[in-house]
Write a protein that binds this ligand. Structure first.
Ligand SMILES: Cc1cc2nc3c(=O)[nH]c(=O)nc-3n(C[C@H](O)[C@H](O)[C@H](O)COP(=O)(O)OP(=O)(O)OC[C@H]3O[C@@H](n4cnc5c(N)ncnc54)[C@H](O)[C@@H]3O)c2cc1C
Length: 340
């Protein structure tokens, strides 16, 4: 591995930054490009949100994350990841979205939209790491009205929901957390869930709070109910009691997210149709396209909840550590498929 190797890391989230630090500590000076700001996904969390994970498990590059409470807030995490990028002198290029790439010789030519300027630039790389997370790609319900202005696939600051009828579709942690926060901010909340109960993965401190609010009639729940359509002011659902129309000033479809399969396939990465996992070597995270790695939650395909910050933050060690050197040496001279 030489200092002249041009490494491009796509995504300046916690995992992309951690990968960049792993590279820097091996004498590589990568460029990190992000479609948004540093830690764009966290910047899109609701204002004031608190992480589930303890601060020590959100740390990257052994930099301490100091926060005022037991858990870090969105704001503390943003300050932290920004600060780490600064002290590590990472070359971060915000607001550069990777749109396509192709093989040129043994390397890559990548096309990035400069979203604040409305133009496009090409970037050459010997090695590429896709640390693009999943937050940009919500799992859509594909129902009429899903793109109306009062509908969102992302949680919202609870204050903005005060006095409103709010329908939340989904019952994972972020849906339950938003339901509780919106209720406390003064919203009238209905949760719609296609299953008959909460999943066991709902956090132990959210579950009793939510169940008690439901028992007290403070939050409504429609179990075993699916959304048929959304219109201004209402959501049409169907459940055990037949069809119903729920009043809704705001609708939150919190039904999960998935990696950007289209981007990956466009780069020549094979995706397993049953799991959504990109083909990759688990030891080096190198995909079927030599020199192209994945990091963080996209390695888990559609099982995004298998990889969080706390277990994805060491992926850079796999990519830039000794295992990669061994694998690259073993595959030297092998035919390289060409990604479009
Ligand atoms: C409400 C909420 C609470 C959460 N709480 C926790 C928690 O307590 N603990 C925990 O570990 N995890 C938590 N998570 C999950 C956590 O946010 C993710 O695991 C984490 O952000 C993954 O980091 P990442 O770097 O892989 O991806 P991301 O943080 O999503 O970073 C990916 C980056 O890639 C960029 N990108 C995407 N596509 C492109 C492209 N084409 N070109 C250029 N850049 C691109 C994005 O802009 C983004 O900045 C939570 C998530 C949510 C939604």
């Amino acid at each position: 591995m030489s200092n002249a190797e041009a490494v491009v890391i796509v995504g300046a989230g916690p995992i992309g930054l951690a990968c960049a630090i792993s590279a820097v500590r091996r004498g590589i000076d990568p460029v990190v490009l992000d479609a948004g700001s540093i830690a764009e996904s966290i910047a899109r969390y609701p204002v004031g949100m608190t992480f589930f994970t303890t601060p020590d498990r959100l740390e990257i590059g052994n930099h301490p994350l100091v926060c005022s409470g037991a858990k870090a807030t969105r704001e503390e995490a943003l300050m932290y990841y920004r600060g780490v990028a600064r002290v590590e002198r990472l070359r971060v290029r915000p607001f550069h979205r990777l749109v396509s790439g192709r093989r040129v010789g043994q390397g890559f030519e990548l096309e990035f939209d400069r979203v604040l300027r409305g133009d496009r630039v090409s970037v050459r790389a010997d090695r590429v790491v896709l640390a693009t997370g999943y937050f940009g790609h919500p799992n859509r319900l594909d129902v009429p009205g899903e793109d109306l202005p009062h509908v969102s696939h992302y949680p919202e600051e609870p204050h903005r929901l005060a006095g409103l009828d709010v329908v939340i579709v989904g019952a994972k942690n972020s849906a339950i957390e938003l339901a509780l926060a919106a209720f406390r901010a003064g919203a009238r909340v209905t949760v719609v869930h296609r299953r008959e109960a909460l999943k066991p993965s709902v956090k132990y401190w959210l579950r009793p709070d939510f169940e008690n609010r439901v028992k007290a009639g403070e939050i409504s729940v429609r179990w075993e109910t699916v959304v048929r359509s959304i219109e201004p002011g209402l959501v049409r659902v169907e459940g055990p009691g037949g069809p119903a129309a729920l009043g809704a000033d705001r609708v939150f479809l919190l039904t999960g997210y998935h990696p950007d399969y289209e981007l990956f396939r466009g780069l020549g990465v094979e995706i397993d149709p049953s799991t959504g996992r990109p083909t990759h070597d688990p030891a080096t995270l190198e995909t079927n396209v030599p020199g192209l790695h994945v990091a963080g939650s996209p390695t888990a395909g559609r099982f995004i909840s298998e990889v969080f910050i706390e277990n994805g933050r060491f992926d850079g060690e796999k990519i830039f550590g000794d295992a990669t050197s061994r694998s690259r040496a073993a595959s030297a001279g092998a035919d390289r498929p060409v990604g479009e």
